[in-house]
Design a protein around this ligand. Structure first.
Ligand SMILES: Cc1cc2nc3c(=O)[nH]c(=O)nc-3n(C[C@H](O)[C@H](O)[C@H](O)COP(=O)(O)OP(=O)(O)OC[C@H]3O[C@@H](n4cnc5c(N)ncnc54)[C@H](O)[C@@H]3O)c2cc1C
Length: 379
């Protein structure tokens, strides 16, 4: 089979690896507009369950990935200078660039052709030149736009603003920090992803963003402002920029996942709010599901239909949990009156996927302290 892939992110690379492994005779080309060492962003996180899926799909890349990991089992919630730790949540972090390098190496070693610094404009020419065109071109997908009529995307641009920084302050756990000043409420999502660096994502509502004057502030000034907001948490470390810009989360859904020999994958197909940290996981698990469909049939239409049928319910469930989580963060100012313990419980149960009982299993000590501090609560 001749396969053209647009986008050398986790979705495109992982699908190429699995297809080439399944049949070395497949001719696979990835077209990627960036160079092999360019990347945007800092670290990404995976849960223990995702790692098990990676091991089952490709032991070689799984071994490389886990060698580089920083692992933890606690979520830390920081509110009014108190830190509440909730254990029993197995997560690991890795630099996005490192993950991409591992997948690039693995794909090339299997014989996948990666054409770097190649931006695709003529989608139709590429489609006619292959049996399968994979649109793994990310959240602002050109292919999705090109086949708007056929794929019928539904896009929802949220009003909250967020910015993705790094810092050399190490956060030994998935740390959610809430700080308020005269402009409003800020939330930071942070976690270490190697021995020296943590991801530090800041988000705020549009009113806070406006009052803080970010529209007029240049990069250095924005960082200085946020360093002051999170001074206690950063412990004297600075925020590191990687072409970091304020963005608004774009919620992506598509009525149709494929058309003729074109299929969407990863962020081009769907997004889930970063507060549940699942974008890369979903992109890679999409690739596993699509490759599985091709293992059962070589007929492109049948495989694509099966992929959509089996994967759609899984994605819908994730998107619905991620939506609840996103709404919680969008309404965060309404929770600021809670005590640190109440806020920690509210954060942990925000998506509806984790219940009081589940938390009791994961961290009985946390629930004991929670019950003690909120005696009037009944479950
Ligand atoms: C603030 C923030 C925090 C996040 N945190 C996490 C996290 O903790 N954990 C997690 O798992 N995920 C996280 N994500 C999400 C994660 O980054 C994405 O979900 C994931 O990278 C999706 O993979 P993908 O392969 O679908 O797309 P991408 O990684 O976006 O890759 C798409 C690729 O396509 C290329 N491309 C696009 N158009 C063209 C074109 N026309 N021609 C050639 N190439 C093209 C791009 O250069 C890019 O390399 C976060 C995202 C954000 C914004």
């Amino acid at each position: 089979m001749r396969i053209n892939i647009i986008g050398g992110g986790p979705a495109g690379l992982y699908f190429a690896i699995l297809m080439k492994k399944a049949d070395p005779a497949h001719q696979i080309t990835i077209h990627e507009r960036n160079g092999p060492d360019d990347t945007f962003g800092w670290g990404v996180v995976f849960s223990g369950k995702t790692l098990a899926n990676l091991r089952a799909a490709d032991d070689e890349s799984h071994a490389e990935i886990t060698k580089q990991f920083e692992a933890w089992d606690n979520v830390d919630v920081v509110h009014r200078d108190a830190k509440i730790s909730i254990h029993g949540n197995s997560f690991s972090g890795i630099a996005r660039l490192q993950l991409l390098k591992i997948l690039q190496r693995r794909a090339e070693e299997l014989g996948v052709e990666i054409s770097f610094r190649t931006e695709i404009h003529d989608v139709e020419a590429l489609r006619n030149d292959c049996d399968l065109l994979l649109a793994a071109d990310g959240v602002n997908s050109t292919i999705r736009l090109h086949y708007l009529e056929q794929l019928k995307p539904q896009l929802d641009l949220r009003s909250h603003r967020y910015i993705w920084y790094g810092t050399n302050q190490l956060f030994h756990g998935l740390t959610l920090t809430f700080r308020q000043n005269t402009a409003g409420t800020f939330a930071a999502h942070s976690y270490k992803f190697n021995k020296q660096t943590s991801t530090f994502i800041v988000e705020c509502d549009p009113q806070t963003w406006k009052r803080a004057g970010f529209e007029q502030r240049a990069d250095a000034d924005t960082r200085a402002y946020l360093q002051e907001v999170f001074a206690t948490d950063l412990n004297g470390q600075t925020l590191l920029s990687n072409n970091s810009k304020w963005i608004q989360f774009l919620l992506v859904k598509n009525e149709h996942w494929f058309f003729d020999n074109v299929v969407l994958l990863g962020d081009a197909l769907h997004t889930a709010h970063f507060s549940i940290g699942s974008g890369t996981k979903l992109a890679i698990e999409d690739a596993i599901a699509l490759a599985d469909a091709f293992r059962q049939t070589s007929d492109v239409q049948t495989a694509l239909a099966q992929f959509e049928q089996t994967r759609k319910p899984v994605i819908e469930e994730y998107q619905s949990a991620a939506f609840e989580s996103m709404l919680w963060f969008e309404n965060v100012r309404d929770y600021m009156h809670l005590t640190p313990m109440e806020l920690a419980f509210s954060v942990m149960t925000r998506s509806g996927r984790v219940t009081y009982e589940e938390l009791k299993k994961r961290d009985p000590e946390f629930i004991r302290r929670f019950d003690e501090s909120t005696p009037r609560r009944r479950f």
